[in-house]
Design a protein around this ligand. Structure first.
Ligand code: C5P
Length: 255
């Protein structure tokens, strides 16, 4: 394990999504008045907002120096209130304004993180979806260690299903190939890299107007090797109705 004392660890939590695939009112702990749907990252699991679950996990991983949460402008106050309500406002958690794409939200947080912390090229920056509330400190630690060793790393879940490549047609999907599943992992988060590498990957993507749905895709196209740390089904991304119940089940089972 390569963790020189001087290496600092920072975290970005993109939480500025709209969560259109979740219906309002879904989830056992999601009772709230009717109105516009609550973005999924603000829904609760076992009575605790998803974002708070994430913050607690990263704060419990002792090496994390600061966390930057990217949220939509109208949500900034709500998030700051949540952070205070759950006793997490110890100066380590910062709220920044996100953007219209996940990549833009992370880019905004990264820019502020660099300005405020003076993040050195060798420091570690992890990015974690706020919509993955069941991340655990052991997986976070393994990801930090892998970034320290390889320069960049993500959490990935080995594929258990047989994976097909398809062509979309007006009548549905037609299979064009079967991809050996030992060649596949499903990308989860955290995803991270040395700060200098992550900044270069984001700068190159912005210069080329490339839009990716995760950090690894930006690192890959910048020619930076990215290691994979084993993930778990428990680290699911809350995406559709039913996922909240599943997350509550996993949470209860892990107690
Ligand atoms: O949309 P998706 O499920 O891929 O979102 C993954 C994470 O990125 C979520 O935590 C979501 O809040 C965040 N996000 C963001 N800014 C956006 C879109 C998504 O921070 N514009």
């Amino acid at each position: 394990m390569y963790t020189p004392d001087s290496m600092r660890v920072f975290v970005i939590l993109p939480a500025a999504g709209i969560g259109t695939r979740m219906s309002a009112g879904s989830g056992p702990s999601a009772s709230r008045p009717s109105g516009p749907p609550t973005p999924k990252q603000f829904l609760s699991i076992a009575g605790i907002p998803m974002l708070v679950h994430c913050l607690r996990a990263f704060l419990a991983a002792g090496r994390v120096e600061a966390i930057y949460v990217a949220v939509r402008q109208p949500e900034i106050e709500r998030v700051q209130a949540q952070i205070a309500e759950f006793g997490l406002a110890g100066g380590k958690v910062h709220v920044v304004e996100g953007g219209n794409l996940r990549q833009q939200s992370v880019a905004n947080a990264l820019a502020q993180l660099v300005t405020e912390t003076g993040c050195a090229d060798d420091d570690v920056v992890l990015v974690h979806d706020a919509a993955r509330p069941l991340i655990d400190s052991a997986t976070i630690d393994r990801t930090i260690d892998a970034v320290a060793e390889f320069g960049a790393a993500i959490v990935g879940l080995p594929a258990v299903d047989t994976i097909k490549q398809v062509e979309r047609t007006a009548h549905g999907a037609i299979i064009t190939a079967t991809i050996p599943r030992e060649m596949i992992v499903q990308a989860q988060t955290p995803q991270g890299a040395r700060c200098g590498l992550l900044r270069r990957a984001f700068a190159e993507a912005a210069a080329d107007e490339f839009e990716g749905t995760d950090e690894a895709s930006l690192l890959e196209r910048a020619g930076i090797p990215v290691a994979v740390v084993p993930g778990s089904a428990k680290n699911l991304k809350i995406t559709q109705p039913g996922d909240l119940e599943l997350a509550e089940f996993y949470l209860a089972a892990s107690k």
